[in-house]
Design a protein around this ligand. Structure first.
Ligand code: SAM
Length: 281
């Protein structure tokens, strides 16, 4: 009888993934790390039994949280990632040769260390890129103290439980806004609205107080169960209005092949279903 991991994120709804082989199972100072092999999704990373990312569908999430803000911005040179310990976000950001520097602030060195060993297909060498500056710290502390100047800030955190909770506060978002360069864009992992609607409403309320353009965009990631997930979007520029033609020219110039992202999908991602739009404050 195979073992199954039953996700522990929601009080009355759960997904389970069969464990074909447990590759890593350990407690760090912050959370319980597991990596296991699953027949459909390949290697799966969970933190405190919540799916973080998988070999099979991580590209959807990582492509949409990087190429959407970077291609909409058009001249992003300095990028900040908060979280992202598995290296997948850094991988996608660093595919842009125009990006000169990436700072990645991850609270748990254990996630980085074992991701390099057990999930190399996620980082694909990103941790060795000379443009990457890895900082092991609480993202909330870093954001409070940073001198800023970032063109794109990506919050690639766990859900607002445990160490990730501080990354969903008005204070943190205010510090993130201050850390943006003029025209900069803040994007966030904001959960699955059908299951975590209040999380999105709270983030959008904070964004509306901080940015002239505050909204979200969506994409469906199979292992983030419950329908499409939302990505928070905040900026004082007009980057969201970038036309599909301009996005295509930038995408072609970047020379990046993607599993999910296309300029048409980029534009369509901001078309919100009624139930998501009604979660906007
Ligand atoms: N794709 C995942 C998702 O959507 O839930 C997130 C992936 S990534 C593994 C999440 C990372 O956020 C983890 O490595 C975790 O250690 C990190 N993290 C959680 N709280 C943090 C904090 N306060 N500061 C920095 N990193 C944090």
């Amino acid at each position: 009888m195979s073992d199954w991991i039953r996700e522990s994120l929601h009080p009355d709804y759960a997904q389970s993934l069969r464990v074909d082989e447990m590759l890593y199972d350990s407690e760090t100072d912050h959370q319980r790390l597991k990596v296991f092999q699953n027949g459909t999704f390949g290697r799966v990373l969970t933190l405190d039994d919540v799916v973080q990312t998988t070999e099979g569908d991580n590209a959807i999430y990582h492509e949409m949280l990087t190429h959407v803000p970077i291609l909409a911005h058009g001249a992003a040179r300095r990028v900040l990632i908060v979280g992202g310990g598995d290296g997948g976000m850094a991988r996608e950001v660093l595919r842009h040769r125009t990006v000169e520097h990436v700072t990645m602030v991850e609270i748990d060195a254990g996630v980085v260390g074992f991701s390099k060993e057990y999930l190399p297909m996620l980082s694909q060498g990103a941790f060795d890129d000379p443009r990457l500056d890895l900082v092991i710290a609480d993202g909330a502390d870093f954001m409070r103290e940073t001198a800023g100047g970032y063109d794109v800030i990506i919050i690639d955190s766990t859900d607002p439980i445990g160490p990730g909770e501080v990354l969903f506060t008005d204070t943190f978002y205010g510090h993130a806004k201050r850390a943006l360069a003029p025209g900069g864009i803040l994007v966030t992992q904001n959960g699955v609205p059908f299951m975590q609607g209040e999380e999105l409403t709270n983030t959008m309320r904070a964004f509306q107080a901080l940015f002239s353009d505050a909204t979200c965009y969506i994409a469906t990631v199979p292992t983030y169960a419950g329908g499409p997930m939302a990505f928070g979007w905040g900026t004082d520029g007009d980057a969201r209005a970038t036309s599909e033609d301009v996005l295509k020219a930038r995408f072609d110039a970047a020379g990046i092949d993607c599993f999910y992202y296309t300029p048409a999908v980029h534009r369509a991602a901001f078309a919100l279903p009624g139930y998501v739009d009604r979660l906007m404050p």
